[in-house]
Design a protein around this ligand. Structure first.
Ligand code: NAD
Length: 320
């Protein structure tokens, strides 16, 4: 089969490319990425061996990249600006790179008659859920522009399924962590502790509690769904992808400090909102109900806590 992975030079995207190349032995993998947060290092091996091809392009503007969609079977649309915090101060960046880019990808698929899409959505579409663990049919009321941009993208995909016979998997990921990640709480803590090993500034009150899934589990879950559901899907199917448990931000700090071999680090909690969030638009409690995914026979291998430890070791370069 032939695949396109948008954002394939990024964190999750490059792990997906690894899977398509190494495990599925795909005929062709085309990566479309503008290398804004992704990196050539993540995909260099595949490019050198000629088992993947990079189209360096910005999806916000239509261009030559549209031609790459000819004869493709499935598009994995993972390009986006994933920085929830940035979306508060620069909403247009998220509207362009998440909503406009998704629209352009759907149009490229439509004109090339490509029907299958797997979309990287996010737990942030739920906003502040009233039910935890949160199931897929919970009301969708995002509290960040990032979450809103993912929800708008989901809506466009739904409409393309109705109108043009697309088949879609809309995957709402919890926090995904692991090697090659260059953002998020673990990377932030490691960078701060490298600069000053005696104190750690923690955004919010540290009681934020969320579910974390290691990227290896996230890719396995994704490909399990592609294999079992994408062909059979009538229109769009929505799945939560996350862990069955959660950890607090302070617990993450403890694990990172331990893995760095540090002692007596002073935690300084930085209050940015009256109710102890990390930033405006930060969801304090996030645990997804993953029964729909698990009913198809998939279970995560690592708990949230084990995933955090493994990811910290990988980011520190102790594990690959
Ligand atoms: P990432 O920043 O590593 O990957 C995004 C990739 O998209 C990068 O390689 C970047 O260069 C590329 N990109 C961005 N804008 C582009 C544009 N306009 N044109 C072409 N390429 C562009 O982030 P990630 O964490 O790997 O996230 C991948 C996807 O998963 C994103 O859609 C993100 O919103 C979603 N997601 C991530 C998480 C998480 O915890 N990491 C959770 C839920 C959803």
């Amino acid at each position: 089969s032939r695949f396109i992975v948008t954002g394939g030079a990024g964190f999750i995207g490059s792990h997906l490319v690894d899977y398509l190349v190494e495990r599925l032995r795909a005929e062709e993998v085309i990566i479309i990425d503008n290398l804004s947060s992704g990196s050539l290092v993540n995909i260099k091996g595949h490019l050198e061996k000629g088992v993947a091809r990079l189209v360096e392009a910005d999806l916000v503007r239509e261009g030559e990249w549209v031609k790459a969609f000819r004869d493709v079977d499935i598009v994995f649309h993972y390009a986006a600006n994933p920085e929830v915090r940035v979306s508060t101060v620069e909403p247009r960046i998220h509207f362009d790179n998440n909503v406009v880019a998704t629209f352009n990808v759907l149009e490229a698929m439509r004109v090339s008659d490509v029907k299958g899409i797997v979309f990287a959505s996010s737990s942030t579409v739920y906003g502040e859920p009233s039910v935890i663990p949160t199931p897929e049919d919970h009301p969708l009321k995002p509290i960040s522009v990032y979450g809103a941009s993912k929800l708008a993208s989901e809506a466009l995909i739904q409409a393309y399924c109705e109108l043009y016979g697309f088949k879609a998997l809309i995957l709402r990921y919890a926090n995904i962590i692991g090697a090659r990640s260059n953002h998020g709480v673990i990377v932030d803590f490691i960078n701060k502790l490298r600069a000053d090993p005696s104190r750690l500034e923690i955004l919010g009150d540290g009681t934020q509690r969320k579910s974390y899934l290691h990227v290896s589990d996230a890719v396995e879950a994704t490909m399990h769904l592609v294999a079992s559901r994408l062909g059979a899907a009538r229109g769009a199917e929505v799945y939560n992808i996350g862990n069955r448990d959660w950890v607090t931000v302070t617990e993450i700090a403890d694990i990172v400090v331990d893995e760095m071999g540090l002692k007596s680090v002073e935690y300084v909690f930085k209050r940015t909102t009256p109710d102890g969030r990390g930033w405006p638009g930060d969801v304090k409690l996030m645990l997804l109900d993953t029964k729909r995914l698990e009913s198809l026979g998939w279970r995560p291998k690592l708990s949230s806590r084990d995933a955090v430890r493994k990811a910290a070791r990988e980011v520190l370069g102790k594990e690959h």
